[in-house]
Design a protein around this ligand. Sequence first.
Ligand code: ADP
Length: 504
Amino acid sequence: MFTKLLIANRGEIAIRIIRACRELGVRTVAVYSDADAQAPHVRAADEAVNIGPAPSTQSYLLGERIIEVAKRTGAQAIHPGYGFLSEREWFSRAVREAGLVFVGPPPEAIAALGSKTAARQLAIAAGVPVVPGTTEGLRDAAEAEAIAERYGYPVLLKAAAGGGGKGMRVVRAPSEMAGALDAARREAQNAFGDDTVYVEKYIVGPRHVEIQVIADTHGTVLSLGERECSVQRRHQKMIEEAPSVAVSPALRKRMGETAVAAARAAGYVNAGTCEFLLDQEGNFYFLEMNTRLQVEHPVTELVTGIDIVQWQIRIAAGEKLPFPADLTPRGWAIECRITSEDPSNGFLPSAGRIEYLHVPTGPGVRWDGGIETGSTVGLHYDPMLAKLIVWAATRDDAIARMHRALRELTVVGIETSREFHLRVLEDEEFRRGAIEIQWLERRLPSLVGAAAPESQVTLAAVAAALLADRDRGMRRAAPVNGSGTQAPATTPWELAARRDALRP
Ligand code: ADP
C-alpha cells in the first residue's frame, strides 16, 4: 500500500477520498486554490499545498503543477476524484511518466472511451447494443438531415467530447437542424475545445440506468450492479438510487455482463461506469462509459457493502479483487445532490456565506459534504455542495428516511436544492417509481410551484413568526421558499436548530 496519496480535487469528493485513505492508513496531501484556503478539505488532509488562484484553469486543472507537488511532498499516487483532471488521458499518462500511480484507468482506456464516437465504435465491435446513430462527426446540416430522415425525428445532436449535458440538442424537425447544429458545435467548442458533433436517435421515455464496474490489474472485471439516475434536469442527475425498480435479477445480470464486456474491450482497470438507456420494453442501449469515480457511487457502496474508493486505491496499489461475480444488492439506497441553487428561482446559482449548517444524522443516514458553518460558497466551482445518502430495507422506507433526513438538514445563508428534493420525495409518481429521464422536466413546474403540504403550513407560520422576531437586521437569515415565506420547519428540533442559527 502507498504511504502517501495526493488528492487532485476539492469539496466533498476530496474529503471522501481523504476518509478512505485514513482508513487504509495512507497519509494525504490536499491541493487548494486561493478561494479554498479555508475549505474543509484543506484541514481534513495531513498536508495541503496552495496551487494557484481561484479559476480552475489556474489551479485545479494545472496537471503539471499538481504532479510537481506530489513529487515534492513524497506522494506516490494521485487520485483525481471526478471532474477536473479525472478523465484527461494526458494527465493519466503524465502521472505514469512521472513515476507516480494514477488512481484510475490507464491512458489507453481513457482514450478508447473518452470520446463518445470512439466509445460507440468500441461498443459496437464488442457486441454491445448502442443507441441507433452515427459513429463519426457530422460534416454539415444537410448530412445531419439525411441521417435524421433515416432514423426518424426526433434526433439528438451530441458532442463527441461531451459531458455534463453540454453540446446536446434535441431536433424535432428538419427546419430546426441547421440552427441546432450550429448551437451544439459552438457549445462543444467552448466547453471542450472540440466541435465534433454526431447524431443519435432520441429515445422517448427511457430510464437512465448505469452499471458500476470495477476491474483490477489481474484480469478480474466485475459488475457491482445498477444505479437508477432518471431524475434529471437538463440532462444532469439530481437524485440517484440503487437498485432500480425497473431492473429484475435477470436484467441486472445481462446489463452487468454487457458492461463488463465493454470494460474488457477497452482494457479497463479501476472503477468505471457504463451508462445505458433502458426503454419501456426492457431494451437497453449503451450511452458511454465514464472513466472515473461517479458522484453517485455511494448508493452502490450502501447496497453492496463495498467501499469503492478504498478499492480504487487498493487496485492502484496492485491488490486483487476478492468479490464474487454475482453480487445481489441488499436493501435500498437513495442519494440527493445538495446544490447551491434556488429551485424556486429557476435553479439560479446562489452564493454567499453559510451562516449555519445542521447536518442530518441518525439511522441509515450518510452525509458526504464539503461545507461547514462559515464556508463561503462562490461561483468558481460546481454548485454541488454535498450529497445526502440514505439506506433502508425497502424503497418506501428509504424514501421516508430521506424525507426525514432532509427535514433535519438546515442550511442558513444560501439557497439550496433541499426544498426541491422534499417535493420530489412527496410526489406520488416518484414514490411509485414511475420515473424516466424526461419525467422531471415535465413535473418540475408543479413541483416547485407547489405549496408545502397542509399540515406543515401552520407550523411553518409559527416558525416564520419566531424567526421574524430574531431575524431583524440579518441578511437572508433562513431558507426561503418560492412564495417568500419561511420554509416549513415542523419539528421542535428543526425550530431549535434555526433559532440557534440566529443567535448572535
Ligand atoms: P453527458 O456525457 O453530456 O452527460 P450522456 O450521453 O451521458 O451525456 O447523456 C446525458 C443524458 O442525456 C442521459 O442521461 C439521458 O438522460 C439523455 N440522453 C442521452 N442520449 C439520449 C438519447 N439518445 N435519447 C434520449 N435521451 C438521451
